[in-house]
Design a protein around this ligand. Structure first.
Ligand SMILES: [Zn+2]
Length: 261
């Protein structure tokens, strides 16, 4: 196949765009596979679950405390009534004895209830302290998640914008480069990531294999507009050390000497 060397060289631009697109796709996959955000979400959920369970325990304790307070109130009402009856002078000595004994038992009961209440209140205080700590940790975890989500969204939209740009560049290049060259490039590109590479000295820019001087003979002998392929990897080999057509810079004498040597 023959094609203007300037057009051949534009395949390198197309290749650069495609390499960029491959890297963008890799960046996207890496971002999607990143588990840090999921881990942070799970951690935050675990904190929220523990907070919910603590809140339930605190509510249970509050119910217990309320029940004890109601019982204390009943006991002290009963004791007040007993004392009133004792002070009324209307009770018989036997009744007085009974009232006295009941008052003692009520006082013991009240003491036990108050001890229980104190213990429950201390437990509630401890749980409230834990809940406070958990809430702080949850807030930190949520803010870390929010900032990680914002970072990911920003990175993703950067990737999307760069991908759109690159796709636009690709379309423009495939229009600018002659169809036959583009078709050849696409055929190779479907099989391997590098479809066009520069011939640097004797080395293929894709497979990096250095050609023997004997292999270089037909390459050097090939007309400037001959489309060359690397025999090792099959990519289109672009001679950039030759004077090209069009706006490409003419080769210096040194470059020509090097090429012809
Ligand atoms: Zn090669």
């Amino acid at each position: 196949m023959k094609a203007d060397l300037f057009d051949q060289r534009r395949l390198l631009e197309l290749q650069a765009v495609d390499t960029g697109l491959t890297q963008l796709a890799q960046r996207r996959r890496k971002l999607e596979a990143d588990t840090a955000l999921d881990d942070a979400r799970r951690h935050s959920q675990a904190l929220a679950d523990r907070a919910a369970s603590l809140t339930g325990d605190i509510a249970d304790l509050e119910r217990d405390i309320k029940r004890i307070e109601q019982e204390v109130e009943l006991v002290s009402k009963r004791a007040a009534a007993d004392r009133e009856r004792m002070g009324s002078g209307a009770a018989s000595p036997k009744e007085l004895e009974g009232l006295q004994s009941e008052l003692e038992s009520l006082a013991r009961r009240q003491g036990t209830l108050e001890d229980d209440e104190l213990e429950y209140m201390e437990r509630r205080e401890g749980l409230e302290g834990q809940l406070e700590t958990l809430r702080g940790q949850t807030a930190e975890a949520e803010s870390a998640i929010a900032s990680a989500e914002a970072d990911r969204a920003r990175a993703m939209s950067e990737i999307e914008a760069e991908t759109l740009d690159a796709e636009g560049d690709r379309r423009a290049l495939t229009i600018a480069i002659p169809d036959r060259l583009v078709e050849l490039y696409e055929r190779i590109h479907a099989k391997q990531p590098i479809a066009a590479a520069e011939l640097v000295g004797r080395r293929c820019g894709s497979c990096r294999i250095e050609k023997s001087p004997a292999d270089m003979q037909p390459i050097k002998a090939a007309p400037i507009d001959e489309v060359l392929r690397c025999e090792e990897c099959g990519c289109v080999l672009i001679r950039t050390e030759l004077p090209g057509a069009g706006p490409a810079r003419p080769a210096s004498e040194d470059e020509l000497k090097k090429y012809n040597s």
